[in-house]
Design a protein around this ligand. Structure first.
Ligand SMILES: Nc1ncnc2c1ncn2[C@@H]1O[C@H](COP(=O)(O)OP(=O)(O)OP(=O)(O)O)[C@@H](O)[C@H]1O
Ligand SMILES: [Mg+2]
Length: 240
């Protein structure tokens, strides 16, 4: 333990490894990853298909555990029981996925309420909060719609609302614009940028160079390793 921990450090990974065994085949999805992310950063993760980006994201988000190394999240060691890990995840992390991952049988209000119910909120309180975030993403008049009664952009806004409703410190987005047209994608990115301005830490996986270059920091993953990690002085989006 350091005597002088950096209180603004949110994510601290050392020698993280993720190995999958497929019969006699061993796949090293992550190999000696060292990573430090501070509160309030906006980080893009890029790299070819199969590089290990989603694996890294799932470990950051406590959806999965590494097979080696140490991961400290906001001062907490994530080597703990499944229940404790779920609690950390529920409190600190909001997820946004390419395919929205909404529950099809529930209307969007119920989808957004769900993380609050896991936290033990009463029905009335969770409904109020869910309506508030759905209004914030411009869907206050769609609360009774089922996911299949919405456009892709609207579904992604529901997913953002669901990610936000618990007030997480970290928003993790795995290809959040991958299924959207470019205009709708820009809207979604605009929302993420606003959340970052409000102090949320954003980590986004993308294949889109323009999106990646708009982030303040770009991490490249290749063959399970971080091969480059660059900070930018400006937020300018490069044309083309
Ligand atoms: N559950 C699993 N079991 C076995 N191998 C897996 C599993 N999940 C991922 N892998 C392997 O780990 C490697 C990294 O996968 P990962 O999904 O992290 O890649 P990615 O960078 O997100 O790729 P993409 O850009 O295509 O989404 C790949 O070789 C993949 O086949
Ligand atoms: Mg992936």
């Amino acid at each position: 333990m350091s005597n002088n921990p950096d209180s603004s450090e949110l994510i601290s990974m050392s020698n993280i490894e993720k190995v999958y065994k497929m019969g006699s085949n061993i796949i090293k999805a992550l190999d000696s990853v060292n990573l430090s992310i501070r509160k309030g950063e906006y980080v893009a993760v890029v790299g070819p298909s199969g590089a290990g980006k989603s694996t890294l994201m799932n470990i950051i988000g406590c959806l999965d555990v590494p097979t080696g190394g140490e991961y400290i999240l906001d001062g907490l060691n994530t080597k703990c029981s499944d229940n404790k890990l779920a609690e950390i995840r529920n409190k600190k992390i909001g997820f946004i996925f390419q395919n929205y991952n909404l529950l099809p049988r529930l209307d969007i209000l119920q989808n957004v309420e769900l993380p609050l119910q896991y936290q033990g909120y009463s029905g009335k309180k969770s409904r109020e909060k869910a309506v508030e975030v759905l209004e914030r993403v411009g869907l206050g008049d769609h609360v009774k719609h089922k996911p299949n009664e919405l456009s892709g952009g609207q579904m992604q806004r529901v997913a953002i609302a669901r990610a936000l409703v618990t007030g997480p410190q970290i928003i993790l987005a795995d290809e959040p614009t991958g299924s959207l047209d470019s205009r709708t994608g820009k809207e979604v990115l605009g929302m993420l940028a606003d959340l970052n301005k409000e102090g949320n830490t954003i980590i986004i996986i993308t294949h889109d160079r323009e999106i990646a270059s708009s982030a303040k920091r770009m991490i490249t993953v290749r063959d399970g390793r971080i091969t480059s990690d660059t900070f930018k002085g400006s937020m300018a989006i490069q044309p083309g």
